[in-house]
Design a binder for this molecule. Structure first.
Ligand SMILES: Cc1cc2nc3c(=O)[nH]c(=O)nc-3n(C[C@H](O)[C@H](O)[C@H](O)COP(=O)(O)OP(=O)(O)OC[C@H]3O[C@@H](n4cnc5c(N)ncnc54)[C@H](O)[C@@H]3O)c2cc1C
Length: 498
């Protein structure tokens, strides 16, 4: 690991990776350190994945302004530059009682003041034409066509890979344990050794209060706010095309019903403050609330065809209810990008833009690197290819013809590509985030052993060392039983003609 850098970013979530990528536009040495064995293992991996349009954004708050700018940047740049699934499905805020109509008008005006394009109120008939499964009680809705859905895993990995392609370093399993101020910056102690940095940017999510306290800035606290979800199988009979919100209250945006970028239906989240930053367990009570809340707008929903329940933790600063993105004046050179609760994903490109402005304020000047290339391409996605494209790819490399995950149609070639990316996938979940084996109906029941075997071959380590995610999550205690492996190896071949 390099021992000196201009800028060190702590945390490889969507915030830290977007910042590292934006900094890699300039002639700067940039190192990102992440404590986990992959990027996108914190809050960025468990959320609703919406690029909010910004109609409900509070312009008095950093999070409101960055949401609106972030949405613009996704439209203008990110969707063209990074090979990341983004779908502009639009959002509906559905009133299920006439008494809620004034709130729709209020959101419309607020959104227009925020500069959100295309907002309109749809009456019942037009609304049901768009979403036939909506409640009979639906009376009208605010329609926001600029809202989108993004794949948060591929987005974070895309930011990180593009940053590395442009000269930044990403150090995994490098937890920051202490930071000391020096004459010309900081010495940062990590699990992989010390790094001297002129500027430190704290994007440590749920732990950003603890990292900030390492330099004596301890006047804020992160409270984890849990949100739970049900994820449905793609074959679920209720087909929803847009993101559906109920009318928000002062306290909550309400339970959302939305497709994901891969067309699974997702419902959630609730919001519950908890004490333990590691507690991502779902609860019966919480999930019951999620289903009950979702049925307010889509009453036919049931638990049938649910393939996964999960929870994510919002890293909230309760006192302000806002992001804290600022140069900490008492510790020159230290920038907090802390308390990035929702809409942190929608804001990420704008957060990165703001942080670069702060770095420029500290350095006085930033010189653009003319070799910077904003474009990044991930591995080919065989399941989205035409027959002709598949055939050509298989001709080039037959491993793209070997299906490992039958639920999601993921091939051996794609899995090997994921392991060999600039920020390599080194765990079973890291592969799942990049190319989806295990994300389908069987949740890895069939393909899991083959994924472990491929990881073991590519990383040249025994299968017993292959982890699901973090340290201590090794999946096998002994070499896998051969018959099971043989069975999963049978796989099936991509039919280039189907
Ligand atoms: C239920 C829920 C729903 C949401 N829905 C949306 C939505 O639809 N749209 C939207 O815009 N936003 C949404 N959000 C918010 C969004 O997910 C977050 O704002 C965003 O993911 C935060 O990213 P981050 O990079 O700041 O934090 P994280 O993703 O948590 O990344 C922080 C990283 O820092 C690392 N780290 C911590 N401590 C250290 C250390 N000491 N050394 C090294 N590394 C360290 C962690 O391992 C982690 O990888 C939602 C959040 C939740 C929980």
């Amino acid at each position: 690991m390099q021992s000196e850098t201009d800028v060190l970013v702590v945390g490889g979530g969507v915030t830290g990776t977007a910042i590292a990528r934006e900094l890699s536009r300039y002639r700067l040495d940039v190192v990102l350190v992440e404590k986990a064995p992959d990027v996108c293992t914190g809050t960025s991996k468990a959320n609703t994945a919406l690029i909010h349009a910004g109609f409900n954004a509070d312009p008095e708050k950093q999070k409101g302004r960055l949401n609106v700018r972030g949405n613009e940047l996704y439209h203008e740049r990110i969707q063209h530059e990074l090979d990341v699934p983004i779908e502009w499905r639009g959002a509906l805020v559905v009133a299920t009682d006439e008494s809620e109509r004034p709130k729709l008008e209020e959101l419309l005006e607020k959104g227009q003041r925020n500069g959100v394009d295309g907002l309109e109120i749809l009456e019942r008939e037009a609304l049901l034409e768009k979403e036939p499964h909506l409640s009979d009680d639906a009376v009208a809705a605010l329609w926001a066509p600029t809202a989108g859905i993004v794949n948060p895993f591929e987005l974070t990995v895309g930011f990180a890979n593009n940053a590395v392609e442009n000269g930044a370093s990403v150090e995994l399993e490098a937890e920051v344990t202490d930071i000391t101020e020096t004459d010309d910056g900081f010495t940062v102690e990590t699990a992989k050794g010390e790094i001297d940095a002129e500027i430190v940017i704290n994007a440590a999510g749920l732990y950003s209060d603890e990292v900030s306290a390492m330099v004596g800035i301890d006047d804020f606290e992160i409270t984890p706010r849990r949100g739970e979800y049900y994820l449905y199988d793609k074959q679920f009979e209720i087909d929803i095309d847009t993101t559906i919100f109920p009318v928000p209250t002062e306290v909550t945006k309400g339970i959302v019903v939305t497709p994901t970028d891969e067309n699974n239906l997702l419902i959630g989240p609730n919001a519950q403050e908890i004490d333990d930053k590691r507690d991502k367990a779902t609860t019966r009570q919480g999930l019951d609330k999620v289903l009950e809340g979702a049925k307010k707008t889509v009453p036919d929903l049931t638990k049938q065809d649910v393939i996964k329940e999960f929870a994510g933790l919002r890293p909230a600063i309760k006192e302000t209810g806002d992001f804290r993105i600022q140069i900490e004046e008492e510790v020159p050179g230290f920038i907090n990008a802390a308390g990035i609760q929702s809409p942190g994903l929608a804001s990420a490109p704008a957060t990165a833009e703001l942080v670069v402005d702060l770095v420029e304020e500290l350095t006085g000047d930033l010189e653009e690197d003319p070799t910077f290339d904003p474009n990044y391409s991930g591995p080919p996605k065989v399941r989205h290819m035409s027959h002709k494209e598949r055939a050509a790819l298989i001709e080039e490399d037959p491993r793209y013809g070997q299906i490992i995950c039958r639920c999601e149609t993921v091939t051996e070639g794609e899995i090997r590509d994921a392991i060999n990316q600039p920020v390599p996938a080194q765990t079973v979940n890291a592969i799942k985030r990049r190319v989806r084996p295990g994300a389908g109906r069987c949740q890895g029941g069939f393909c899991g052993p083959r994924v472990i075997e491929i990881l073991s071959e590519e990383l040249d380590v025994p299968m017993t060392e292959i982890k699901l995610e973090e340290e201590g999550s090794e999946l096998l205690t002994d070499e896998i039983k051969q018959p099971l492996l043989e069975k999963s190896r049978e796989g099936s071949e991509v039919n280039a003609d189907d």
